[in-house]
Design a protein. Sequence first.
Length: 57
Amino acid sequence: MNSPPPNIPAPPMEPDPLECCNRGCCPCIFDYYTDAVTRWETTVRALGYDPDALRRR
């Protein structure tokens, strides 16, 4: 497995389902995760890489 280029930040770690309290919080921990993934994808694309290709590594 090749490591990503050093200027690429690591993708956010997905929360464990047990980390959610299931009380319908707004925002939920998974909302924060989704936002973090979107920011990560935007950053990776801005650096000229494909986020999906990096995720498959």
